[in-house]
Design a protein around this ligand. Structure first.
Ligand code: NAD
Ligand code: IPM
Ligand code: MN
Length: 357
């Protein structure tokens, strides 16, 4: 079993240290761990945010654990050299098109949600975000028009096969979440009333539904979805959406369960390893430059990302569930960081999870 750890920038190394400690405690047989540079840290050492050796390390691994990238000091660089290109480059070069971003209410945190506790308590949803297309990867530029005005543009597109493959992932996820005789539900979020990209998206999702008659499918415009997510998040089971809408809605979902420091993610493609599906696992949050170096970041999203790696890429479901239980128990016991109104630091939270593991 080979895994690669890319800590990155800002709070990345701080939270990665805690995930690493959890990994060490699990003592997986035959595990080999590599570490690579990404982001602003890699740019400073190698002149590029995603060095060739880092990419090669990712390709050779069964799974990649990724901290965060982003550094305000690099914001003036040409776009292809900015830290964020590391994560965008890995997702695209490795064909990781399916991003799973679960958001579930943890017991005892209901009153810490940005929503009223009785509303927040109902949250158990999965955002399936397309990760290789959309306006993220279309042609983009700034240019000067004939009349001298500057113009920026980003080309938004989805090809039908790109929509179909993420729709299959989402329908299958919805099937997997059916319980107690109740079918799984899938809500496809788009902006088909305005965007042609979205109209095609909706048409292809409807076509794909024919293969999954047991899943209840609905459609929602993204503006309404943003509103419904805070009005009644309990109505959502699986949500499938494009790259940009999924990015925004998942940050919003994080505050519905209490903190962005709690939401993990898996980016999966088609490649199978000896133990499962190759994937890249990361918190949904960024490098948090405003709190970097203070030892105050919540490492739980990072640790829960490790749990997702154990489940999807390493075939260690029992270990994944153990790690998730340890995190839930830590929260239930009142160990909370600054992001949840508590005083525990990064290390203290990591140690508390380890103790319960
Ligand atoms: P961010 O997610 O880094 O931070 C947003 C806010 O949430 C900040 O106030 C931060 O302190 C807080 N926060 C985030 N994670 C936290 C944690 N674990 N514990 C406690 N508080 C936490 O978003 P931003 O400020 O918009 O972006 C900062 C940098 O990160 C930018 O360069 C951005 O491009 C990058 N970014 C990277 C990723 C990634 O690596 N996948 C994701 C998002 C943003
Ligand atoms: C995320 C981030 C990234 C994204 C950025 C850093 C490129 O916001 O992983 O959610 O937009 O996908
Ligand atoms: Mn984001």
């Amino acid at each position: 079993m080979k895994i690669a750890l890319f800590a990155g920038d800002g709070i990345g190394p701080e939270i990665m240290a805690e995930a690493r400690a959890v990994l060490a405690a699990l003592d997986l047989p035959g595990l080999v761990v590599f570490e690579g540079d990404v982001g602003g840290a890699a740019y400073r050492r190698h002149g590029h945010p995603l060095p060739q050796e880092t990419l090669a390390m990712a390709r050779a691994a069964d799974g990649v654990l990724f901290g965060a990238v982003g550094d305000p000091a690099c914001d003036g660089l040409e776009r292809h050299l900015r830290p964020e290109q590391a994560i965008l480059g890995l997702r695209s070069a490795l064909g990781l098109f399916a991003n799973l971003r679960p958001a579930r209410m943890f017991k005892g945190l209901e009153s810490l949600s940005a929503l009223r506790p009785e509303i927040a308590g109902e949250i158990d949803l999965l955002i399936v975000r397309e990760l290789n297309g959309d306006v993220y990867f279309g042609e983009k530029a700034q240019r000067t028009l004939d009349d001298g005005r500057r113009q920026g543009f980003d080309f938004m597109s989805y090809a039908e096969d790109e929509v179909r493959r993420i729709a299959h992932v989402a329908f299958r996820a919805a099937q997997g979440r059916a319980r107690g005789g109740r079918s799984g539900r899938l809500c496809s979020v788009d902006k088909a009333n305005v965007l042609e990209t979205s109209q095609l998206w909706r048409d292809v999702v409807i076509e794909t539904h024919a293969d999954y008659p047991d899943v209840t499918l609905s459609h929602m415009y993204v503006d309404n979805a943003a509103m419904q997510l805070v009005r009644d998040p309990g109505q959502f089971d699986v949500v499938v959406t494009g790259n940009l809408f999924g990015d925004i809605l998942s940050d919003q979902a994080s505050m519905c369960v209490g903190s962005i420091g709690l939401l993990a993610s898996a980016a999966l493609g088609e490649r199978q390893t000896a133990f499962g599906t190759f994937g890249l696992y990361e918190p949904i949050h960024g490098s948090a430059p405003d709190i970097a170096g203070q030892g105050s970041a919540n490492p739980m999203a990072m640790i829960l990302s490790l749990a997702m790696m154990l489940r999807h890429s390493l075939g260690r479901e029992e270990d994944a569930a153990r790690v998730e239980r340890a995190v839930s128990q830590t929260l239930a016991d009142g160990v909370r960081g600054d992001d949840l109104g508590g005083t525990a630091g990064t290390r203290e939270i990591g140690d508390a999870v380890l103790a319960r593991l």
